[in-house]
Ligand binder design. Sequence first.
Ligand SMILES: NC(=O)c1ccc[n+]([C@@H]2O[C@H](COP(=O)([O-])OP(=O)(O)OC[C@H]3O[C@@H](n4cnc5c(N)ncnc54)[C@H](OP(=O)(O)O)[C@@H]3O)[C@@H](O)[C@H]2O)c1
Length: 324
Amino acid sequence: MKALVIGGTGYVGSAVVRALLDHGVEVVSLSRSGRAFAGDAVQGDVRLPDLGLAPGVAGELHATVTHVVSCFGSVDWDAGPRLAVELHRDGTRSVLRFARNCRSLERLVHLSSVLALGRARGPIVGELELGQAFRNWYEYGKHLAERELRAADDLPWRVVRVGPVVGPGGDVAPSTASGVLAAVPYLLRGYPVHLADGGSFPCYPCDAETAGRVIARAALDPGDGDVWTWFDDTMPSLADLMTRLCSAWLVVPRIVSLPALAPLGRLAARRLGLPPELLEYADPWTEIPLKVLDQLPPDLPSCPAGYIEATGVALRDAGRREAA
Ligand SMILES: NC(=O)c1ccc[n+]([C@@H]2O[C@H](COP(=O)([O-])OP(=O)(O)OC[C@H]3O[C@@H](n4cnc5c(N)ncnc54)[C@H](OP(=O)(O)O)[C@@H]3O)[C@@H](O)[C@H]2O)c1
């Protein structure tokens, strides 16, 4: 078996590479940098024809790749329409075209996000198109990308949907540059943050390393044409997540349920560099019932205890190293 992991140098993709190697699969990572932490690497770009690969390299991969795992992209909630359309949708289309040329393809796995559901109201098990609106271009881009997969009737596709990925990581450390972790520096400054119901709603996080192992299983386990929604089965709320992320600094974030603070938060966010889009997540996210996990293979790994706190420790230690 030979897997092409597109985005294999990323926070999630690098964990997928390690997990596939542990299963004895030969792995080639594709990224614009052309690097690899483990296995082989090729340089490419999903926005280019044939993933930007040299003809000889593309031909060799078409002949030998049995599994494609697509975990390229960006988690930038502040990005514009180009990210949604050119990277997530068109990039996914290129991946599908590439996969169609892989003569021995057994499975194509696409890493999606629960945010691809936008403002859809739950309970949602595996549906995608629900006439919903989106909070930002990132959500819309992930929606468009997942839609491309689901329309690819001629391919053995599988979608894995996850929520915010945290955890100390392995080859790639967590970053506060984007996604839910971008809130951490703001929370550490002690600013009050408005979250509906004090943030008591679930936000479906998971651990990066464990996500890598689940995505590898999605590639290797039989079946296709299905959606695996996977998250921490202890269902931490958004307030839990933020509190546990900040525990490494012995800081308790000031989470309040005061809608009047939202406009203030928006102003402060701009001044302090917090992506204003983060504030859009102050209301309950899409409702995904815990029972979606029952549809997955029963022996999938669970997120390890303490992975959220360990994320804070990794961020804190990286900050100390930078300051030194
Ligand atoms: N992190 C999360 O919380 C989360 C949650 C749900 C879903 N996801 C999805 O998982 C994917 C990866 O997230 P991540 O957190 O692992 O991001 P990341 O750490 O930024 O990794 C992105 C990976 O994609 C590669 N890449 C970016 N643009 C590319 C291009 N044009 N062509 C080829 N490769 C490209 C990057 O390498 P180069 O820069 O060298 O090209 C890198 O290997 C995204 O699609 C994201 O939507 C992430």
